[in-house]
Design a protein around this ligand. Structure first.
Ligand SMILES: Nc1ncnc2c1ncn2[C@@H]1O[C@H](COP(=O)(O)OP(=O)(O)O)[C@@H](O)[C@H]1O
Ligand SMILES: [Mg+2]
Length: 342
């Protein structure tokens, strides 16, 4: 394997230490992805330079000029504190003809906007929960077209930010309460969707034109979880003590008929293509008792930490963490924005 110079782009507060020793779970969870990627790439023998970025594109320019990386490994999810600016940084890399990992700017932009992506998917007859956007600074009424219970969340945040048990509302009063709360606390538009009861599944897609999918992963809840709704709240996702208490885990999904698995794989590849994604992504789905598959969202550049859904799924397909990172790098090196057509 060729040794590469790899510039790892990350938020300036998330530059990881060399070792986990002496850090608490709460501290580690903040920069675990950055730690896993940087340490694994080093172990693989690459020349790795972590680069912290906040609001100055000049540091990226300087690092590219000095280090001349073969590829930029993109772990940056925001710029200037704004998660909607993520794709501008990737656009800059493209303007510099700098190879990078993960999704191209257009795919990032489309996937990030939950309403825009749903409109595109809806056009292609992909099954989705019915939804309505509740913009900031505008009067809104309770959506008449939608049936309670509703799921109320930020239009643009991810990582389950702003999602709790209170996200599911059963009446108008709670609906208004939750929308106002999110408008005020997060300062973003809100989206309300019909709540889809069912198994929560994640499928990872990797590639640029020829796509690979990995085994379906399921979010599972253990014995002490009868009194909570089975949804991926921020606690479910990020609070390791809460996970332990409720026996929450993401595991390879069992008891899914072969035909359904095929449908899930084909559906997820269609979603990936419709949204113009490249690199790697994770599609979040819900499978109802009747066997209907609903797309909840498509995540461009999902968490690539060791043990998260993507690496878990890859491992189930016989692809170790280092092989997964190398694959992602290879797709990045092969991707050419100039020859890409939609
Ligand atoms: N319409 C819905 N029906 C049922 N559960 C939902 C719905 N929308 C979101 N959820 C739950 O909330 C979680 C996070 O929602 P998602 O839209 O994926 O936001 P994020 O971008 O923060 O991951 C989902 O994984 C799922 O558990
Ligand atoms: Mg999600």
């Amino acid at each position: 394997m060729k040794k590469l110079r790899i510039l790892v782009l990350m938020h300036e507060d998330l530059i990881p230490p060399d070792s986990l020793k002496g850090y608490t779970d709460k501290e580690i969870v903040e920069w675990k992805t950055e730690y896993d990627v940087v340490s694994e790439l080093k172990d693989m023998g690459h020349e790795v330079r972590p680069l912290g970025v906040y609001d100055d594109i000049g540091v990226v320019r300087k690092a590219i000029d000095e280090f001349e990386p073969h590829i930029a490994f993109n772990l940056l999810e925001e710029f200037h504190g704004n998660s909607l600016f993520d794709y501008h940084v990737v656009s800059y890399l493209e303007l510099r003809k700098q190879h990078y990992t993960g999704c191209n700017p257009r795919g990032l932009m489309l996937a990030h906007d939950k309403a825009l992506s749903k409109k595109l998917l809806y056009f292609h007859r992909i099954r989705l929960p019915k939804f309505q956007v509740l913009p900031l600074d505008k009067k809104y009424s309770v959506p008449k077209r939608l049936k309670f219970p509703l799921f109320v969340k930020s239009l643009v945040e991810d990582g389950s930010y702003g999602i709790s048990q209170a996200s599911v509302v059963y009446n108008e009063e709670k609906f208004r309460e939750r929308v106002s709360y999110l408008h005020e606390q997060l300062g973003t538009p809100v989206i309300a969707e019909e709540y889809i009861e069912g198994r929560e599944l994640y499928i990872s897609v990797v590639g640029n034109t020829r796509l690979e999918t990995y085994p379906v992963i399921e979010l599972m809840f253990g014995e002490n979880s009868d009194d909570i709704l089975k949804i991926a709240t921020s606690k479910v996702k990020w609070d390791w003590a809460y996970q332990k208490k409720h026996g929450i885990d993401t595991v390879v999904a069992k008891n899914i008929p072969q035909e359904t698995r095929k449908r899930i794989a084909n559906l997820s590849k269609r979603v990936y293509k419709i949204l113009g994604m490249t690199g790697y992504a994770r599609i979040d789905l819900r499978l109802t008792e009747q066997g209907d598959i609903y797309v909840l969202e498509a995540n461009a550049n999902p968490d690539i930490a060791y043990g998260e859904e993507l690496s878990c799924a890859a491992e189930a397909a016989g692809i170790s963490y280092d092989a997964l990172l190398q694959k992602v790098i290879n797709y990045g090196l092969r991707y050419d924005p100039l020859t890409r057509i939609s």
